[in-house]
Write a protein that binds this ligand. Sequence first.
Ligand SMILES: O=C(O)CCC(=O)C(=O)O
Ligand SMILES: [Fe+2]
Length: 349
Amino acid sequence: MASNTSEINASAVDKDDLKIPLIDFGPFFTGTPSDKHAVALAITDAFKTSGFVYLKAHGIPPSVVSGVFASSARFFARPQSEKDSLGWTTPQSNRGYVAIGREKLMTVDETNGADTLRASAPDIKETMELGREGVEGLPNRWPDHLDDEGKDFKETMQSFFEMGKTLHKHIMQAIALGMNLPEHFFDESVNIGDNNLRLLHYPPVSKEVFKNNPNQVRAGEHSDYGSITLLFQDKHGGLQVRSPKGTFVDATPIADTIVVNAGDLLARWSNDTIKSTRHRVIQPPAPEGSENDDSDYPARYSIAYFCQPNNDQLIEALPGTFGEEVQVDKKYSAITSGDYLVQRLTATY
Ligand SMILES: O=C(O)CCC(=O)C(=O)O
Ligand SMILES: [Fe+2]
């Protein structure tokens, strides 16, 4: 048990009071009930302190993940006109291709000045947004009519979408146990799969761009909107998390792990006992000795699977997070998951 506990608590990031553990999710599926509980508590504890955790043995095979990265890279390599023909339309749909400069991620307090911010330092990224299949009037913008590669893309992403849905359920089961709720407490709240799979491509950028504009980033500081985000990074790095001291700390990629972070809706659901922590993406850290190298920063690819409770799920303070026993009132009024998401998306596009 002792070795098991220390493995659960391995540290991935520990800087400026920001501690992000690396947790082996395996024992949650295969361990004894007490192993399972220990994993659940460790994950919940991480969400309550930093809002972030690295997970290994999460159940999505590395070969599947590399297949999704490859398919994503082939998609972004298509001619701009093809990608534009699959363009994102509305926050209600939130499906389709988003060209560089269209979305500006920002913090909640910045949304009043969204247009100025977008103009001065647009995010240097393009994305492809994929949603649940079969929603009346909101089709995914698949490239399957273009060629065989487009058909492969559709199949790969549909299958990955389902895996993300399952992992969402499992992590919510861990959170339920960690919050002293029944293991299956959230199952019915996340069984529809109203999630959003976002493929991201940060193209190569000249070092001058970052030198000349101190506000330039690849993706602006923000918190995520939903319950949790499953983030798959390539090896380049550039993701940073806001520490309690206010600094940005690198969340360096670790092979065969994913970064999972809590979103605003889970923070709200937990009456702010769980934290939705701000993060951003900048240029990758320069390898040592490369200070005078003036070649471009390399491209970076990532996959963000935004998990969202079912659209019609009412989000209000969970049992145990308010009331006399804990001496805290409910901090927020009830809102459905779907209404909340559309509100947030409307501000950033
Ligand atoms: O690309 C990344 O590593 C993070 C992207 C992100 O935070 C987001 O799209 O919400
Ligand atoms: Fe994010």
